[in-house]
Write a protein that binds this ligand. Structure first.
Ligand code: ARG
Length: 453
C-alpha cells in the first residue's frame, strides 16, 4: 500500500501495534459506500471512464457482498479496513483497482467512514433511549395514583406519586435524545475531498458526494476536516451523560428493590442468584447498568486526552478514536435494552410504598395550613417542627398527638385530621411540574407524545 519508499519490512510487534483492522473492520459497509461514491466523483471529474467506473463499482459491490456473507478473508498484510477492501478489489478486478484511491487519502477516508458509522449509531441510540422512555411511561401509567415517600438526602421528605418518581427519569433521557440530535448536524459534515491534508487535486464535486452519502454539508478546511474528531467527543460526552442518568435510575430502583424498602420486585429475567446464598435474588441488571457508567465516562476522557496537543491535520494518534466510540455505542445499546426490559417487567408493591409513609412527611403541610391563615412561613415552620418533636418524644405519630397540643401550638389547628391526608398533600402541589395528580396527568400526556412512534 505504501511500500514504494521502503526497503526493509515492518517489525512484527510494530505491525501488531500499527494494524487497526481488528477494530475498524466493522466499518466495512461505510468504507465501501464511501468508495462507491468516490468512484462516482472521479467519473464526473473525468478521471475514470464510464466503463472503468462501472467495473470499480461492480467490484466494490462484490467485496460488500463478501463482507455481508461473512466470507471476506482478511490477510495478515491487511493493515486496516481501507487497505483490506482495496486489496480485495485488486484481486477481483485487477490493476484498475489502483485508480480508486486517486485524489483520496485514508485520512479523509477514515474520517468519512467513521462519521457515516456514527450517523447510524445515532439513530440506534435514539431508538434505544426511546424504548427505555416508553417503559417508564408504561409503568407510570400503571402506577395510577399510587403514592410513595419522596426523599431528599435519602431521608423521607414528602409524599409523591409513583408516576412522578418514575417520570423523573424520563426527562434526563429526553434531554439526552435532544443532545444527540443536536450533535448530529455536526456529525453530518463530509470530510471526503480533503485528501491527506490539502484537498484533492481533482475536480471532484464534493457537494454531490455529500448528497449521495447522506451528509448535510461539506467541511470548509481540509486540515481541520482530516483531524476533526469533535463529533466523536460530542457523542461520547452525550453517551457518558446517558450513562450517568442510567446509573441514577438504577440506584433508585436498587434501593427500592431491597428487602428494607420492598417497593419494587424485579422480574427473574433481569435478576441473578448467588452461588452461595440460596435466598438471594440480586438486581444485577441494574447494578451492571450503574457500573457501565464508568467505562462510558472513561471513553470520553480517553479521546479528549488523545486529542489534546495534537498538531494540525492527521496524526496516527487519531486511530485511537474508534475503540472508545464503538465501545460506548455497544455498551449503551445493550445497557439501554436491558434496563428497558427490567423496568418494563418490574412489579410495584403499592401497599409497601403506602405503609412507608409517615405523618412527619406531612409536617410541611401543617406549616402550609398555618400559612393559609396568615402565619408567616418561618413561624409556621417552627410551630410544625415543635409538634414533630413532641410526637417523637411521646413515641407517637404526629396525628396521634392530643388535639389540645395542636390548638396549643396554634389556635387555628383545630382539625389536624384534614391535614394528615396523603392525597390532599399531593393534590395541593398542583403547579406544572408538581406531584399533584392533575399535574402528573399533564406530564404523562407530554411524555407519551414525545415517545409516540
Ligand atoms: N487506520 C487509520 C485510522 O484509523 C486510517 C488512516 C491512516 N492514515 C495514515 N496516514 N496512516 O486512523
Amino acid at each position: 500500500m505504501w511500500g514504494g519508499r521502503f526497503s526493509g519490512s515492518i517489525d512484527a510487534k510494530m505491525r501488531l501495534f500499527n494494524d487497526s483492522l481488528p477494530i475498524d473492520q466493522r466499518l466495512w459497509n461505510e468504507d465501501i459506500s464511501g468508495s462507491v461514491a468516490w468512484a462516482g466523483g472521479l467519473l464526473r471529474a473525468g478521471i475514470l471512464s464510464a466503463d472503468e467506473h462501472q467495473q470499480l463499482v461492480a467490484g466494490l459491490e462484490q467485496v460488500r457482498a463478501e463482507f455481508a456473507a461473512d466470507s471476506f478473508q482478511a490477510l495478515p498484510t491487511d493493515e486496516d479496513i481501507h487497505t483490506a477492501v482495496e486489496r480485495r478489489l485488486g484481486e477481483l478486478i485487477g490493476a484498475l483497482a489502483g485508480k480508486l484511491h486517486t485524489g483520496r487519502s485514508r485520512n479523509d477516508q477514515v474520517a468519512t467512514d467513521t462519521r457515516l458509522w456514527t450517523l447510524s449509531a445515532l439513530d440506534a441510540l435514539d431508538a434505544a433511549l426511546r424504548e427505555l422512555q416508553q417503559a417508564l411511561v408504561a409503568q407510570a401509567e400503571a402506577a395510577e395514583l399510587a403514592v410513595l415517600p419522596g426523599y431528599t438526602h435519602l431521608q423521607r421528605a414528602q409524599p409523591i406519586l409513583l408516576a412522578h418518581a418514575l417520570l423523573a427519569h424520563f426527562w434526563p433521557l429526553q434531554r439526552d435524545r435532544e443532545r444527540l440530535r443536536d450533535a448530529r448536524q455536526r456529525v453530518a459534515v463530509l470530510p471526503l475531498g480533503s485528501g491527506a491534508l490539502a484537498g484533492t487535486a481533482f475536480a471532484v464535486d464534493r457537494a454531490a458526494l455529500a448528497q449521495e452519502l447522506g451528509f448535510a454539508s461539506i467541511s470548509t478546511n481540509s486540515l481541520d476536516a482530516t483531524s476533526d474528531r469533535d463529533f466523536i467527543v460530542e457523542v461520547l460526552a452525550a453517551a457518558a451523560l446517558v450513562g450517568v442518568h442510567i446509573s441514577r435510575l438504577a440506584e433508585d430502583w436498587i434501593i427500592w428493590s431491597s428487602s428494607e424498602w420492598g417497593f419494587v420486585r424485579l422480574a427473574d429475567a433481569f435478576s441473578t442468584g448467588s452461588s452461595l446464598m440460596p435466598q438471594k435474588k440480586n438486581p444485577d441488571s441494574l447494578e451492571l447498568a450503574r457500573g457501565k457508567s464508568g467505562r462510558l465516562i472513561g471513553n470520553l476522557v480517553s479521546v479528549l486526552t488523545m486529542l489534546k496537543g495534537l498538531p494540525s491535520a492527521y496524526d496516527k494518534d487519531l486511530q485511537e478514536d474508534k475503540e472508545p466510540l464503538f465501545d460506548a455505542v455497544d455498551t449503551l445499546l445493550l445497557t439501554l435494552a436491558v434496563v428497558a426490559g427490567a423496568v418494563r417487567t418490574a412489579e410495584f408493591d403499592h401497599q409497601r410504598m403506602h405503609a412507608a409513609l409517615d405523618d412527619a412527611m406531612l409536617a410541611t403541610d401543617v406549616a402550609d395550613a398555618l400559612v393559609r391563615v396568615g402565619v408567616p412561613f418561618r413561624e409556621a415552620h417552627h410551630i410544625s417542627g415543635r409538634l414533630v418533636r413532641a410526637a417523637e418524644q411521646r413515641g407517637v405519630a404526629l396525628r396521634e398527638l392530643p388535639p389540645q397540643e395542636f390548638t396549643a401550638a396554634h389556635p387555628a389547628l383545630t382539625n389536624p385530621a384534614a391535614i394528615f391526608d396523603v392525597m390532599a398533600s399531593t393534590a395541593a402541589r398542583d403547579v406544572p411540574g408538581g406531584t399533584a395528580p392533575n399535574a402528573v396527568r399533564d406530564q404523562l400526556i407530554l411524555a407519551r407524545r414525545l415517545v409516540a412512534g
